[in-house]
Design a protein around this ligand. Sequence first.
Ligand SMILES: Cc1ncc(C[n+]2csc(CCOP(=O)(O)OP(=O)(O)O)c2C)c(N)n1
Ligand SMILES: [Mg+2]
Length: 894
Amino acid sequence: MRSTLADEVLQSRNAQGNVYRLVEAYRKHGHKLATVNPISLKDQQSLTIDELNPQYYGLTPDQTVQPQGLISAPLLPVGGPATVTELASLLQEIYCGSAVSAEFDYIENLEEREWLAHHFEQLAVGKQRQQSDFTVSNDARRQIAELLIKSQTWDNFMAIRFASVKRYGGEGAESLLPFYWQLLRSAAQAGIEDIVVAMPHRGRMPLQTTMLNMRPAKIFHKLSGESEFPDDAPAMSDTLSHFHTSEDLEVDGKKLHISLIRNPSHLEAANPVSMGKTRSKQQTVGDGAFSDDPEKPFATTVLNVIVHGDAAFAGQGVNQECLNMAYVPHFEVGGSLHLIVNNQIGFTTPGERGRSTDYTSDLAKTIQAPVFHVNGDNPEMVVLITQLAMQYQRAFRKDIFIDMNCFRRWGHNEMDDPTFTNPSVYQIIHNRKSVPDLYTEKLVRGSVLTTAQAEAMRTDYWNYLDAELKLSESYKPEANYFKKQWTGLTSATDQLTVWDTGLDYQLLNYIGHQSVQLPEDFNVHPHLLKTHIEGRRKKLDSGEKIDWSTAEALAIGSLMYQGHHVRISGEDVGRGTFSHRHVMLVDQKTNEMYIPLNSLKGGHGGKLEVAHSILSEEAVLGYEYGMAIDDPQKLIIWEAQFGDFANGAQIMIDNYIITGETKWMDSNGLVLLLPHGYDGAASEHSSCRIERFLQLCDSKETAPDGDNVNVNIVNPTTSAQYYHVLRRQLLRNFRKPLVVVAPKIMLRHPAATSTHVDFQPGTHFHNLLGDPTINADQVRKVIICSGKHFFVLDEARKTKGINDIALIRLESLCPFPAYELQQELAKYKQAKSFVWSQEEHRNMGAWSFVRPRFECLIGKELNYVGRAEAATTATGIGKVHKREVEEIIARSLN
Ligand SMILES: Cc1ncc(C[n+]2csc(CCOP(=O)(O)OP(=O)(O)O)c2C)c(N)n1
Ligand SMILES: [Mg+2]
């Protein structure tokens, strides 16, 4: 890698400024004339690009130039002169060819631009390649041909044996396999041990079955109507094109693990998940900043690869979010390698109607990632450009894109007729040969392969598939979950279990003090010193009034003490939206951040990652989910700035967090903190939409819930409850995502604090909090409520001197604690009236969830008190808000 330009290079460029402008013009504009699109309707080469005309720079065709120092291509006579025409035609060959073109002139960094020009110029021209690293041996050619033939054979086999199955095959994009072939080789050579890949539907099965050791029998078994999991697995399963791979490969004698992560149908949604999983693996193996070596860059051992569709890459906003995360601290993964399978269509929509940019890859330019446009008809060039892309990724640890121009032989699926909407281009496609056929013929012409050998490859693979089809009847799916880092964990059962999450208070007191312990020379903000630091110390020492943020620090710190890594991610999480957390403090003179808990002495060395996120919900939540599915021993917390913003990440919630275990046997213990509560703040910021999460859970209406619900949804009202529910996430022998309806004003509400006894050994999270203040025999009415609303009702009850109304708090909504509720209600023998009181509107909150459960499982009628039905979550009129609160109190306590 060259960091500065050699003297003779500078001299040459200075002496021939105008010639160098021509060279630079080719680097910038050459791609516009390249013909890398195998099914183009346009005549690319008839375009006139003024900037590529030597006259534009005052150069005449016969003028003599010295190309050395201007370009890297050694094709022209060494040290000898050339004419402008000769130079231009070489540049034309490099930058405007039919195999590959490049875009990198927008990169600000000179070193990178020089590196790219140098390497691309070495690679792009056939004759030149022979003098560089970029060569393909005949043996490699035969391997490439075999992969293409297998891919084609897979599709032919499926078309004949399973004619009505939508397989989203690889036809037209077969060069995907040579891409992977080179990727694995380059990765193994570079010492990479693990690759995490996100990839959509198209071409996935041919890849998995030919290169990633997936038994075709598994697919055929599924196609016969069976599950991909053993019969006793509590899974509803998924469709073929969402199957994942987690495989130990051996590549060139080296071990290489590949995870092709699961994908929902929502295109591109898998991308941030793959990034998060990559980072978690990097943390586990000590890659990049997780190592003790400050020089070690990310992606030294674990690499992220993302494969996109052309329409989806340009269309789905999550890609902008992912690229925007690429180099942000706590989100970086050392540069992802991207491949766009650019078949130039999305369903029925051609590129020009699917985006406003010239190239489908143009978003890459926002982070100055280089782009190589390669012709998918040229599998060797796909291999070479993958080699170069990997070299760039290794040299700079930055994102890079390969835009593979190919086609889709059939419609969106193989049952579809693409000519309804795209007749012209499909005329080209239907009249052309396939990529495997073209390549095989080329190798036969060059005597690299014989027709008989090619035929043997085809027949062998066909016979293998046929044999697998026969075996599929007796195929037994493997229980491939709860393995490796998940060993020891299991599926939850239909019982509700209780986990002792308390700890000796002496230890907690120590951890609490450590959470505000600063280095002596740290210049702390005076206000924080008084309120946050000294305030916390006092509370801890007295063991009284332990507030929400202290309880959180105790939960996080104690898990760290017990050896777990913890990560809290989201917008502004270090301070906290409500300026309550301050788990990370900023030196008022140096601006440096300090996380006291990371200097926690003693214990088993867990670390806290405070990941201030970009202003995104979808990609960031997907990223955290990716971390959570990787390692069950890490506590991963995502906090929404306000609960309602979680709907920006709805795809991640619906398609991964809530359903992942049911579809895929992939548990996760991700925590979502969603600030919620009516405080007069108008339609946004009041509600995290509890009702939606309750609709997503599989809590039963007519039978008691066990631990085996798909998600835990809690609305805790004391700091100790919050402490226990966080710790429980890691101390149980199963993992469930946890939605915490999180506080705003309760963060500082004295009644929501706890005392030391609430944290000690033998204590645990309570699904329900009864009413110890009331004489049960006098109670005529029982109000059941949840969350901060309890404090409003309790205070009003006190003020009014009421002693015949009991208040019960449902701290856990899902699982619904039916049995505990029955037991609690049994105390109130005289009670005639049962009310659900909530601050939300009637079509929101937990009402419609609680009511059928209460009536079915408790067997009593439940009445509603709360706001009336509304379109939006809260009024924006202060007086109306106040009146509503008064009405709810009055109607609840009448
Ligand atoms: C988020 C989302 N919206 C819509 C769809 C429906 N859909 C499935 S495939 C497809 C076209 C995808 O085009 P492209 O990304 O180019 O991939 P290709 O199918 O061409 O390989 C669409 C719109 C989807 N799967 N996901
Ligand atoms: Mg497409």
